[in-house]
Design a protein around this ligand. Structure first.
Ligand SMILES: CC(C)(COP(=O)(O)OP(=O)(O)OC[C@H]1O[C@@H](n2cnc3c(N)ncnc32)[C@H](O)[C@@H]1OP(=O)(O)O)[C@@H](O)C(=O)NCCC(=O)NCCS
Length: 163
């Protein structure tokens, strides 16, 4: 597993990632080939911003882009991570590897003291990813669902032990 910056050539791979079970507990809708370049462009614009508040990487396995992971700075000391992997690549430890690399980046290059994450309550695999990457459960936070209902997402955090 390796991480790399996104390029506009990643649009077809991105549409394959944002489909099926992968979007069921995240955005709720598949990404079309029309929409993918815009999503990549906005990541590239944020990558060029100063000060930088967002980092996005493609997750590579065997030279193929199979997922996306992002770090967002929310305050001078706190950031959040999010990730999504193509459904047919789940269960290989890729998300855990990627989360560990991005947490290490957050605590070194980005200079953060705390990283938070959350997942849909019906997606326990994501909770396992966070636990394996060293996060602790911190509670729940209500998030609005597409149908107007409120869903209690499970929240997690990890602190920089080097500080
Ligand atoms: C969460 C997600 C990234 C997992 O990716 P992955 O590469 O399969 O993750 P890993 O292989 O590193 O680890 C998955 C773990 O979940 C476990 N798991 C899988 N399905 C599970 C289930 N239904 N219940 C409990 N644990 C489950 C696996 O056994 C594994 O744990 P283990 O190593 O202890 O056996 C993937 O499911 C996904 O893209 N989901 C949609 C997006 C999302 O929810 N993102 C999180 C919010 S930011």
């Amino acid at each position: 597993m390796a991480l790399r910056a996104l390029t506009l050539d990643d649009a077809p791979a991105l549409t394959r990632i944002y489909s099926g079970a992968s979007v069921r507990y995240t955005t709720g809708r598949a990404l079309s080939l029309d929409q993918a370049p815009e999503k990549i462009r906005s990541a590239l614009v944020r990558a060029a911003a100063t000060p930088r508040a967002q980092w996005s990487w493609g997750i590579l396995a065997a030279d193929e882009m199979i997922g996306l992971i992002a770090l967002r700075r929310r305050s001078p000391v706190m950031g959040t991570i999010s990730y999504i992997l193509r459904e047919d690549t789940w269960g290989n430890g890729y998300a855990t590897d990627a989360a560990q690399q991005v947490v290490a980046f957050a605590f070194t290059t980005a200079g953060l003291e705390r990283v938070e994450a959350m997942h849909h309550p019906a997606n326990p695999a994501s909770g396992r990813v966070l636990a394996k990457a060293g996060f602790s459960r911190s509670g729940t936070t209500d998030q609005p669902a597409a149908d107007g209902a409120v869903v209690p997402y499970e929240t997690y955090a990890i602190r920089n032990r080097a500080r």
